[in-house]
Design a protein around this ligand. Structure first.
Ligand code: ADP
Ligand code: MG
Length: 289
C-alpha cells in the first residue's frame, strides 16, 4: 500500500492544491518552505508525483526520472524548466520539482474556441511551440506525446511539457535507462501515428504526425480525422477527405498535410521545416531549409 500523500513532502514542499492529472501522474502546486524562509518572493513550484496505481510498477520511478533527465538536458525558453528529482522515503514517493506554470493548456483553449484560432493567434502559439520541438529533435530527444493538454499558454509564453513518454534517439544520452513504453500503457491514441499504433519505435516523424494533428486542430477547432485512430482513418473506405482549414494559408497547408501523411515514408516534412513554413509569408514546394 502507498502511504497517503502528506501535507509536506520531504519536510520542504507544502502541497497547496491539485493542478492536473494525466495518464501517469498527478501535478500539485506547492510552496517551497526552504525558499520561503529566505524570503524568496516566488516560493511556489509544481510537483509531479506518480499516480498511486503506478507507484508499484517496477518501471514507474524510472519513467519519472527519465522525464526529469530528458527535460533537464534541454534548455529552451518554451520548454518547461525542471528543478530537481526527489524521494520522500517516509511516504514512499518520488517526485519532480519544476517551474509552476499559470495559464490554460491548449485543450482548454480549444474548448473555448470551437472554430479554431485566427491565423495571427495561431502563429503566435505555433511558432514558439515548433521552435521548442525543433530544439528537442536537434538535441536527439523525441517527445512522444504531443497533444493539446501537454502544452500550456503561460503568462510568459508557450511551454511544452510532459516528456513522460519521451526518449533519446539511439546514440544520444546513452547512460539513460531505456524505458519500456508499452508497459506504461499511457497512449493518447488520437495523436499517435499509424506506425506507432502498429508497434514501431518512436521517431521524429511520429512527433511530426502528432504536431500535424495539433496544428490542424488549432486552425479549425477540430481533430483532422474526427478523433479516429490514425490506423482507422487510414483504412477507412472511402478515405476520409482532409479539408484545408479556412485559416491556414495554402503554403502552410501543404506542410501540415504532409505532416498528416499516414505513411511515414511520405511524411518527409521536419519540425524545423513546418516552423519555416509558418514563419514565411509565402513559400512553395520544396520546403525551405
Ligand atoms: N509545471 C506545471 N505547472 C502548472 N500545471 C501543470 C504543470 N505541469 C503539469 N500541469 C498540469 O497537470 C496536467 C498533467 O501533467 P502532465 O505532465 O501532462 O502529466 P501526465 O504525464 O500524467 O500526463 C497538465 O495537463 C497540466 O494541466
Ligand atoms: Mg500529460
Amino acid at each position: 500500500m502507498t502511504a497517503p500523500l502528506p501535507e509536506v513532502l520531504s519536510g520542504r514542499y507544502r502541497i497547496e492544491r491539485l493542478l492536473g492529472a494525466g495518464g501517469m501522474s498527478t501535478v500539485y502546486r506547492a510552496r517551497d518552505l526552504l525558499h520561503e524562509q529566505f524570503a524568496d518572493p516566488q516560493p511556489c513550484v509544481a510537483l509531479k508525483i506518480l499516480s498511486d496505481d503506478l507507484s508499484h510498477s517496477p518501471d514507474a520511478s524510472a519513467v519519472l526520472f527519465n522525464e526529469f533527465a530528458l527535460i533537464r538536458h534541454l534548455r529552451h525558453p518554451n520548454i518547461l524548466r525542471m528543478y530537481s528529482f526527489n524521494a520522500d522515503t517516509a511516504h514512499q514517493r518520488v517526485f519532480i520539482v519544476m517551474e509552476l506554470l499559470q495559464g490554460p493548456t491548449l485543450d482548454r483553449l480549444l474548448c473555448e474556441r470551437p472554430l479554431g484560432l485566427a491565423w495571427q493567434e495561431l502563429r503566435e502559439i505555433a511558432l514558439p511551440l515548433l521552435d521548442a520541438l525543433a530544439h528537442s529533435h536537434a538535441s536527439g530527444i523525441l517527445h512522444g506525446d504531443i497533444k493539446p493538454s501537454n502544452i500550456l499558454l503561460s503568462e510568459e509564453g508557450v511551454r511544452l511539457f510532459d516528456f513522460g513518454l519521451g526518449q533519446a534517439e539511439a546514440g544520444r544520452l546513452d547512460g539513460l535507462a531505456a524505458i519500456s513504453r508499452q508497459r506504461m500503457n499511457a497512449w493518447t491514441p488520437g495523436y499517435a501515428a499509424p506506425e506507432i499504433l502498429e508497434g514501431a519505435a518512436p521517431t521524429r516523424a511520429a512527433d511530426v504526425y502528432a504536431m500535424g494533428c495539433l496544428l490542424y486542430e488549432l486552425a479549425s477547432g477540430k481533430h483532422p480525422f474526427n478523433r479516429l485512430l490514425s490506423t482507422q482513418a487510414r483504412d477507412q473506405r472511402p478515405a476520409l477527405p482532409l479539408k484545408k482549414p479556412r485559416h491556414l494559408p495554402a503554403h502552410v497547408w501543404r506542410a501540415v498535410r504532409n505532416a498528416l501523411s499516414f505513411d511515414p515514408a511520405q511524411r518527409t516534412v521536419t519540425v524545423a521545416q513546418l516552423r519555416a513554413a509558418l514563419a514565411a509569408r509565402r513559400t512553395c514546394w520544396p520546403w525551405p531549409e
